[in-house]
Design a protein around this ligand. Sequence first.
Ligand code: RNT
Ligand code: ZN
Length: 413
Amino acid sequence: MTDLFNYAYNEYKKINVDAKEAIKKLNEIPISIHCWQGDDVCGFDGSDNLSGGIQTTGNYPGKARNFNELKEDIKKAFSLIPGKKRLNLHASYAILKDKTRDRDEYEPKDFSPWVEFAKEIGLDGIDFNPTIFSHPKLKDGLSLSSPDKEIRNFWIRHCISCLKIAEYFAREFNSYSLVNIWIPDGFKDVPSDRLGPRLRLKESLDEILKYPYDHNKVIVAVESKVFGIGVESYTVGSNEFYQNYAAKNNICCLLDNGHYHPLEYVSDKIPALLAFYDKVALHITRGVRWDSDHVVLFEDELKEICKEIVRNDAINKVYICLDYFDASINRLSAWIVGARNVRKALLYALLQPNQILKKLQDEANFTKLMVMNEELKTYPFNIVWDEYLKEQKLDNNWYQEIEKYENEVLLKR
Ligand code: RNT
Ligand code: ZN
């Protein structure tokens, strides 16, 4: 133990927090890192522009153009991110040998190169997302809620094939695989029927869930949204719709913190759901004025989200996934900054004297609670973080390595 860490350790000890325990726990929390930061959500199955109300902006040089480049970038970026990692993959990243099969016919074998790669770099598992955007089968912007049965069936088949692929991931890693369903369905202007599309979505989800997937290994989640670009007036898969659907069908809700009104907080929704669900999934992102998917920074709301996970003993109940995409800066740095910040915020939460703070609230000692919370903000948190990095053979000076990689690899693309 260095003198510096000794000092920090003792400071935290005084408030009943064991910083060494915190570091140990921290390293074991899996973070599922999204593949799509590396190529601006393009994928490999032929979609040339992003649709469905989501958007990347910027054209920073060096974006990954194929599987090999994306693997190379992930390998580099992940090597600079400490702790347990999983890969959050989209179906559009299938490695197709024959381009004749559409998304409704994707198979586990189309993802075996990903499994091989994820094992090679020591990941803990793969989570999966049906890709229900950037595709011609979105008719008038609708998929699982389309009035056209053929369209609905296509996307139902796609989701079922994703369940099978997730079962394969779960088997390969002997770990769960989270399958998160997000659809862009909605309307730009005031709808004349708000119920019809939701009833059709409900029916489509029922069809998907009829597939007898391994419920112990595959966790199905539904991701709600308030609005998207071009679908400002109405979203079929709204928060109320999915929360009720998930509760009644015993599946999981996925909360993306860019998907609510800016004055609503996901940190407050986590304990609300934990009162009813044994699992909650997250897409951690940063919305600036809208669901802009900026890189996650070390901000108050991120800290609050992590506090809710840690102090409610929900580390094994909350699936932490990342979902942001910035094309205006070095993409590897985006990955590293966002993923490190989530882990930093988890450490910050693990270093809070949660029992003491809870007690102060229960005793209505709000003055002392405020005083303590404010003093905690300048506790020697950074020293504990540095100690953790040191244990992981990492440090805070990673950017020079990325600069070098940019010059030697990215700028040559
Ligand atoms: C869109 C949703 C969705 C996507 C990813 C790419 O608003 O957040 O999760 O961002 O699936
Ligand atoms: Zn999301």
